[in-house]
Design a binder for this molecule. Structure first.
Ligand code: GDP
Length: 140
């Protein structure tokens, strides 16, 4: 079901580097409405489960270590065409390939430490949002 929602995380690198405010401002300015948000930290187990699809890839252990290395901001965002528009707003996985002005071009430091997550499909947006939020924490 297309929900017009996507799921994002401001990753530990961007939190450590003081970019929470600037990133949320850019998200709001692009027309996304925050319907759920929390400041939290993933355990190794939760980070491993969130990225289970990448298990076996050479960067998996590094990714799990990084994503559990400090606090994150997790949020569900709402906008027409949310998934695709948010992927455009954040830019390519590798910041060297991210279009100018995108969140990753501005705030990412490497392909691994790339500032933000954005869901890649409506189905995954739903799964990832439910991974982090109970129904009572989502404000439509
Ligand atoms: P995304 O959808 O743009 O986030 O990219 P992927 O789903 O392909 O990868 C998930 C996350 O794994 C990325 O956002 C990076 O944090 C990390 N990642 C992907 N490729 C690499 C890589 O080659 N090296 C490292 N260290 N991390 C990677």
């Amino acid at each position: 079901m297309a929900t017009n929602r996507t799921f994002t995380m401001i990753k530990p690198d961007a939190v450590r580097n003081g970019h929470i405010g600037a990133i949320l401002e850019q998200i709001n300015a692009a027309g996304f409405r925050i319907v759920a948000m929390k400041y939290t930290r993933l355990s190794q187990e939760k980070a491993g489960a969130f990225y289970a699809v990448h298990r076996g890839r050479p960067f998996y252990d590094e990714l799990v270590d990084f994503m559990s290395s400090g606090p994150i901001v997790a949020a569900i965002l709402e906008k027409e065409n949310a998934v695709a528009d948010f992927r455009t707003l954040i830019g390519a996985t590798n910041p060297e390939e991210a279009a100018e002005g995108t969140i990753r071009a501005k705030y990412a430091t490497s392909i691994g430490e790339n500032a933000v997550h954005g869901s890649d499909s409506d189905e995954n947006a739903d799964i990832e949002g439910s991974f982090h939020f109970a129904g009572t924490e989502i404000f439509a």
